[in-house]
Design a protein. Structure first.
Length: 382
């Protein structure tokens, strides 16, 4: 069901995770440039050669449905990247300045499906993959240029809600996952949170109903004049009860206890598999307190313990994880963290980037996506 491998291409490497079940396969790949001394344009070309080779190796029915590029300097790099991407109609596109900490200028995470149909949704920022009665709606790079992070977040949500409504979906019933990238997060995160809290209230999302799995992290989008960027994922065709929310209450507290609104993790149950989305998770205890302040190694270990507890609540473990993104506030912690992850996850698609977490005392945050085989007779297969 699960297969992981590392592949060397001309000028780049990729970690690839494949999950096969039923008639649809899921593939995550994390692509890294091999030579960090190359100029940016050469690194971009090496990455895109590797991406083309990866697609060619996955079969003619492999469709990229979501791509996220990690850049070291978006203001100087995004335009050239976007000029290359304009000819590629496949996949929702996310571009974020979160420098890869291996010293390169660009890296790529791509999520692909085999056995589905996919296309852009006209008149929206959505890209859909369809199969077996479900429409998987991916979106990248919602942003605007209003005065501050609170106003920008409000408009971003309004745009997304309208795009969902045009597809017969709502934020509360269909949105599974969001990612928020906030520039100067130490000063602008609070505005994003106020706006998100207010939108959730109007959309019927409360501590008595549910929230949405999410990561809110430091990052700059392709347009550096926008303070907030959002990526998102929703599913149309779900039945009531098909989404389950994860808490790991013996390890973590509810986010609403310290004024923010998101779920620690979400499971979507299908007839043939469970998809698991773990939000950005840090070294925190069940009272919301930072654990192991100032100690990156112990924070990394506690963070992985917390992620493991959330996965276990979904009946999964790290063998089910398809990709991981690791955020470090201090680039000087890379040596410790990269060694730890290389030992524990040698072939898993992982990227470690420089991105401040929303609370300064958190030195590291980890998010992941996982999938496990399941036999849920109440629901249609993926």
């Amino acid at each position: 069901m699960h297969h992981e491998q590392s592949v060397a291409y001309d000028g780049a490497t990729a970690e690839i995770h494949t999950f096969s079940a039923g008639s649809v396969d899921e593939v995550h790949a994390m692509l890294h440039v091999s030579d960090p001394t190359l100029p940016y344009e050469a690194q971009l070309e090496a990455l895109q050669r590797a991406y083309a080779a990866l697609l060619g190796s996955q079969g003619s029915d492999a469709l990229p449905v979501f791509k996220r590029y990690f850049l070291s300097d978006a203001a100087n790099q995004a335009n050239l990247l976007l000029s290359h991407e304009i000819d590629d109609p496949m996949g929702a596109l996310s571009v974020v300045q979160q420098p890869p900490l291996d010293g390169t200028k660009i890296a790529l995470w791509v999520y692909m499906l085999r056995g589905a149909k996919a296309q852009a949704v006209p008149g929206t920022q959505l890209f859909e993959a369809t199969h077996n009665g479900y429409r998987h709606l991916w979106a990248g790079a919602y942003c605007n240029k209003e005065a501050d992070s609170e106003a920008q977040t409000t408009i971003i949500f309004n745009s997304y809600i309208l795009d969902l409504a045009a597809q017969g979906c709502t934020l509360s019933d269909n949105c599974v996952r969001t990612w928020f990238y906030v520039s100067d997060i130490d000063n602008r995160y609070a505005g994003m949170v106020r706006a998100r809290n207010a939108v959730f209230e109007t959309q019927g999302l409360t501590e008595h109903t549910h929230y949405i799995a999410s990561t809110g992290i430091g990052g700059i989008g392709a347009d550096p004049k926008s303070h907030v960027h959002m990526d998102a994922y929703a599913v149309s065709g779900l039945q009531s009860g098909q989404m389950q929310y994860l808490y790991a209450a013996d390890h973590l507290n509810r986010t609403s206890e310290y004024g923010v609104r998101f779920e620690r993790g979400t499971v979507v149950h299908y007839g043939d598999r469970d998809q698991i989305f773990i939000s950005g998770t840090a070294s925190i205890n069940d009272k919301g307190q930072i654990v192991h302040a100032g100690d990156i190694r112990r924070q990394a270990e506690r963070t992985l313990e917390n992620v493991g507890a959330l996965l276990a609540e979904a009946g999964a473990d790290f063998s089910n994880v398809g990709q991981m993104i690791v955020y470090l506030r201090d680039h000087a912690d890379y040596a410790v963290v990269s060694h730890l992850f290389a030992e524990r996850f040698p072939s898993k698609p992982v990227i470690i980037v420089n991105a401040p977490v929303c609370r300064p005392g958190w030195l590291i945050e980890v998010e992941c996506m996982a999938v496990r085989p399941a036999h849920n007779s109440a629901y249609a297969a993926f």
